[in-house]
Design a binder for this molecule. Sequence first.
Ligand code: G3P
Ligand code: CA
Length: 309
Amino acid sequence: MMTRYLALAACAVTPCLACAVLHAQAPAAKKILVAHRGASAYAPEHSAEAYTLAIAQGADFVEQDLAVTKDGVLVSIHDVSLERTTNVEEVFPDRFVEEATAKGPLKRWYVNDFTLAEIKRLDAGSSFDKKFTGTRMLTFQEAIDLVRGKAGLYPELKDPEFYRRRGVDQVRLFADVVKKNGLEADPKTPLIVQSFDEATLRAVGNLLPSVPRVFLVSPQAADRLDSPAKLREIAAWATGIGPSKLIFEKLPDLVAWAHAAKLTVTPWTFRPPAPPQFPTIREEMSYFLFTLGVDALFTDNPDMFPRTK
Ligand code: G3P
Ligand code: CA
């Protein structure tokens, strides 16, 4: 069950006899459902509606992608900037930063250039569907208050390089919120942190050593996972891996290597349309969970998660 997912994560950091017994004798563990940006197939990503629906659909964990406002508040949003998911261009037409890109100049409205009060003026629902007009972005604290006691929290510290360049200590801000809320050890609200950035996970490990840490890996970085020795090295500072689902074809032994290193495996992201070899995403998720043997997965569609084979 979920306890075992967390226990496996924890014993990757501190090997012990109990862990050896757990690995050798545990019955088939419950597979863990992580609602990706909430139930984001059905409601605006990272909205209260998406988080509430994810819990109603049985999510074990609800994901938050975290950015930092100008006044140092963690907020739930996937992107480093506001223009894809909000009406920031209408509300603050002149507050962009223009950047040169290969495709020409690009206007960006960075979260970090706006205070929380300004961000709370934005509509974060109508870009998904007009019926969600009036939806507001959530702070991490509001997300905690909504999810606490009903599911686990699965925050990702986004864009660490961007915040480092700006001198923003994203990990310290995060650790402060976690400690203030007693989330290092809340049996009713398990917490797992994720990042694509090794330095970020190492810093989280220093500040919050009891909190499991999942290393996300994109297809472009698949060589981070291409040998048992590399998995063992990752286990020195992470408790699990979160590979893109596209990596598994090239590395068919990845789950075995990870489990041998006491790392959990949580691929992303499962959403329609299913790839051609699967009739639906339910079958796709079932293949990853029960044939490949992953421990958990991220999906936009929690209601399609197969609890059994
Ligand atoms: O965190 C797992 C998965 O969400 C990583 O991709 O871009 O959706 O944050 P992204
Ligand atoms: Ca994410």
